[in-house]
Design a protein around this ligand. Structure first.
Ligand code: ADP
Ligand code: MG
Length: 288
């Protein structure tokens, strides 16, 4: 009993699982593992079915949804699924390893980003989101904890992970009403229970962009209910002190992402055409 492995035999046959924990999320624990044949390292996401059951109150389709999505995606800015194993207690997902850690941690370390760096990261986020949206997938939980750097290099590729809360839309105009997402990055139409769709992801990108440029979020509150009030009011401003050196292009894109009306909010495709991605990459004067 004591020496029994908690892992599926097939998984252990192919991979050596490290004790090293890469991260812990709301549903999963993520460890490093190595393909015994190639020596290549991967991430192993372990999802306990018990946790899923208690957190989703019987809505077990959540897991199936994540697996379906992971199997379908293939894009440079999205974490790729390699292998998948299942036991009666858990699901074990082998994905590409993101060695560079979370954008969240880098943001904490840096305080804020130069426009050039922020623009490059936001562009990668939008490319991932555009791909998801083209495939009828709404992420619904975009936040800096779910954005991972592929490696530790300065110009590392940024990848979106954690499709746990997303869902494939069958029709383009499907309205999803499940209350999920994370306060702070969640769009007002979600909180107002007006249903939500692809535009919710662009709102989240807007919140992330704002936060990356000044170091604090556009909406805040002393407690969760005040935070939610602030988001629902949809009002934010650019404090002169922190924003005076930031370009109008950056603010213009943020305004289009944080557009209150989801129907008028900019799409990922259009956002990628925004002039900020040209001007911020060119102007070195803005870097400090
Ligand atoms: P959850 O769905 O439970 O929130 P996540 O997929 O967000 O789980 O993973 C939780 C944490 O584990 C992430 O925030 C990250 O720090 C780490 N992590 C997830 N996937 C990887 C990966 N492919 N490579 C490295 N670290 C990862
Ligand atoms: Mg997560």
């Amino acid at each position: 009993k004591n020496g029994a492995s908690p892992y599926p035999a097939e998984l252990e046959k192919r991979y050596r699982i490290s004790k090293n924990v890469l991260g812990v999320g709301s549903f999963a624990i993520v460890k490093e593992c190595m393909d015994k044949e190639t020596g290549e390292s991967y991430a192993l996401k372990i999802i306990s079915k018990k946790v899923i059951k208690s957190m989703t109150q019987g809505k077990e389709d959540m897991l199936t949804t994540e697996l379906d999505i992971l199997k379908k995606i293939q894009h440079e800015n999205l974490v790729k699924l390699r292998d998948l194993y299942e036991t009666k207690d858990g699901v074990y997902i082998v994905t590409d390893l993101a060695r560079g850690g979370e954008l969240f941690n880098q943001l904490l370390l840096k305080g804020s980003y130069t426009e050039k760096d922020a623009a490059s990261l936001v562009q990668q986020m939008l490319k991932g989101v555009e791909y998801l949206h083209e495939h009828g997938i709404v992420h619904r939980d975009l936040k800096p904890e779910n954005l991972l750097f592929k490696d530790k290099l300065e110009d590392s590729i940024l990848m979106i992970t954690d499709f746990g809360l997303s869902k494939i839309l069958t029709k383009n105009d499907d309205i999803l009403m499940t209350a999920c997402g994370t306060p702070g990055y969640v769009a007002p139409e979600v909180l107002l229970q007006k249903g939500y769709n692809k535009p919710v992801d662009l709102w989240s990108v807007g919140v992330i962009t704002y936060t990356m440029l000044c170091g604090y979020p556009p909406f805040y509150g002393e407690n969760q209910s005040m935070l939610l009030q602030s988001i629902m009011a949809g009002k934010y401003d650019y404090e002169e002190e922190d924003w005076c050196d930031i370009s109008n292009d950056a603010k213009d894109l943020i305004d289009k992402l944080l557009c209150y009306d989801p129907l008028k909010r900019i799409t990922a495709k259009d956002a990628l055409q925004h002039n900020w991605f040209i001007s911020a990459a060119d102007v070195n004067l803005l870097d400090n």
